[in-house]
Design a protein around this ligand. Sequence first.
Ligand code: SF4
Length: 353
Amino acid sequence: MFVQLKETLQAGGRIDRDQAEWLFTACPDEELRELAQIVRGRYHAPTAASWLKMAIVNYTNVCVARCDYCAFYRFPGQPDTYTLSFEQVRAKIDALVALGGDMVGFNGGFHPDLSLEHYTELFAKCRATFPELAFYEMTIAEFMFVAKRGKWSYADAAKAFADSGTRWITGGGSEVLDDAFRMRHSPGKYKVEDYYDAQRAVLNAGMGSTATMVIGFDESLEERLNHIERLRSFQDQEDGRLTSFLCWTYKPYETELGGAEVSLNEYLRWMATCRIYLDNIKHLRTSVLTRNNDAMMGLAYGADDFDLPTEDEVTQSAGATISHDFEGVLNSARELGFDPQHRSPFPVWTDAQ
Ligand code: SF4
């Protein structure tokens, strides 16, 4: 199987779902890395790697979705809920700037009292105050909730965000895009087709978006494969408009679901499988947020890019530890033979035309 797949990939070909399953479950590690580097090499030089510094600002922990894998949210009315004012958001962004940061990702709960206009005003103030930074202003999951709450169609809501100056609504909040998984763990959040309808509306409004995935809950391999199969198909249909794919691992501490973290080897093998299968996504990102310095090994399994995170309360609530020893992470990449270079935020696909 390895020789056949190698020939296919060297000829610029594509693997199918069964072959992806074989890669993850049976391909020896060294051969898996070799195949991942073939697809990586279609887009990037062998030792190239890029990074930027990013804070995730969690503007509210109020959420009505009740995902059982989430240690961050509080239901409305609970005593330890919060919603940050603009001044509080600004203080967090000031802290990022002091650390030499490049980008802010906003991520919060499904707050039932915050309207689309609340978000567009908050984000516009942030852009005006920090014109030197890039902003990931929402995730698709939050976007869907805000649109539904205000009875907006996805197209109209996306247009309203784009008209207000929003550049990115990222593919966060996707975890495992499989309806059986979603029914088990977050039945009120969305259905998979709904997710892609929303993401298509975001892209059609001229904004950028990304793909993400989280592994290590109780998802089956079948469910993981459903996620990447549907994602590749969507990316084909949308002419490659999703900029990047980021996979990270579930942190189980303090969550209702509980469980144990997946091993580093499982994470790396899944990363390589994704690099090979998702051949229509240019950038594959490895997660320092959930794997710390070990994430740099992902570069050898097909990744080419990563964030140096400065804060993210969502994953920290569930056990993630964030270090500001940025040079230590970069040195880990160098020790593996990579040449990590600071980059500018990726352009929105419309800018790149
Ligand atoms: S993962 Fe997001 S949507 Fe789900 S409960 Fe947590 S904050 Fe809410």
